[in-house]
Design a protein around this ligand. Structure first.
Ligand SMILES: [Fe+2]
Length: 337
């Protein structure tokens, strides 16, 4: 999501006290609503927040390099695949919280409490309304159909979003069928993978290809853009929530966990619990045009409302991480760059 590493140096208070009055947060999120989110936590608890913001992978590297002396208490980043990688590197410690367990659905958090999802994004199919009729494509599986030969744009398979999508396909179809799917979709590509999700959406809107997959918030950003050409691009796109009649649309999460060497563990858990509150859920999800994880929290987001209610994949997001090595191998074998 954020490839540009934005490093803000702050003075971090590293001393742990019986009652932590500070918490150090490493985050790859950076949205307008974040200011209200952080201010809301400090107001509710009296705990001050120090923030370091950096690109997703840079953040993980930084925490690794800091090791046992890391001042970081909480890491917030996007995609279960990336949270899983951080978990594999031993960066998180397990958290047991009745509040988090009751507020966040079980499939949107790591079963051992190492990390928790705090909003939901869907990987949707987008098509050019001048070239594709509504109902012509309804599932991820149909992207493998020969009728789409030379008509699909997709970003690189090294993107964690596509690795996680493959992780879901492996679970639902089995490895063999998932690989056959990847090979067929790769053979249907209109061009070699390049750029991010927004580039794919713009390519479809411009008629360079007819269909793609993208996280819904990139579409929402275009639809709500201040630039008329971006709004026009969004108007040319039809959005499909895939697999409504089968296993549901692939969903993923931004999330976070308490770091293994957190100097302020208690405050860190409080911060995660705050993220699951009604108030924080609204800020966290709406800031990036995503859906809250807490079901009772409703957003007044025009683009998401227009997409409507939809059936979501119930797969535990931790599986997306667990399948990541297999996903990578499949994409490599079919030469999807
Ligand atoms: Fe993103």
């Amino acid at each position: 999501m954020r490839t540009l590493a934005l490093l803000i140096t702050v003075v971090l208070a590293g001393t742990a006290a019986a009652q932590d009055k500070v918490v150090n947060i490493y985050s790859s999120r950076h949205y307008q609503t974040d200011e209200q989110l952080y201010a809301g936590f400090t107001k509710a608890t009296g705990i001050k927040i120090n923030r370091i913001e950096a690109g997703e992978d840079a953040l993980i590297e930084r925490i690794r390099n800091e090791g046992a002396r890391s001042p970081a208490d909480v890491m917030i980043t996007v995609d279960a695949g990336r949270l899983w990688r951080a978990e594999q590197l031993g960066l998180f410690q397990p958290v047991k919280s009745k509040l988090l367990e009751s507020r966040i659905p079980a499939n949107l958090r790591e079963p051992g409490g190492h990390w928790f999802g705090f909003s939901q994004r869907a990987r949707v199919i987008a098509y050019n309304k001048n070239k594709v009729k509504p109902g012509e494509i309804e599932t991820y599986e149909e992207l493998a159909d020969a009728k789409w030969k030379g008509r699909i744009c997709m970003r690189s398979a090294t993107s964690v979003y596509n690795l996680s999508l493959m992780g879901a396909l492996i679970d639902h179809l089995g490895e063999q069928k998932a690989e056959a799917w990847a090979k067929a979709v790769r053979d249907n590509l209109a061009q070699e993978p390049k750029g991010g999700d927004t580039d794919q959406l713009k390519a479809v809107a411009a008629g360079q290809c007819d269909v793609t997959v993208s996280n819904q918030y990139y579409y929402a950003r275009l639809a709500r853009s201040e630039k008329p050409d971006e709004r026009q691009a969004a108007e040319r796109l039809g959005i499909v929530m895939p697999n409504q009649k089968t296993w549901g649309t692939h969903v993923n999460i931004p999330g976070g966990g308490v770091l293994k060497n957190a100097p302020h563990r208690e405050a860190a858990v409080k911060f995660l619990e705050y993220l699951a509150s009604d108030e924080a859920q609204r800020y966290f999800a709406d800031g990036n045009n995503e859906w809250p994880v807490v079901a009772s929290v409703k957003l007044d987001n025009p683009v998401l409302n227009a997409l409507g209610d939809f059936k979501r994949d119930r797969l535990n997001v931790a599986v997306l991480g667990r399948n990541q090595p297999s996903s990578q191998k499949i994409y490599d074998r079919v030469a999807w760059k």
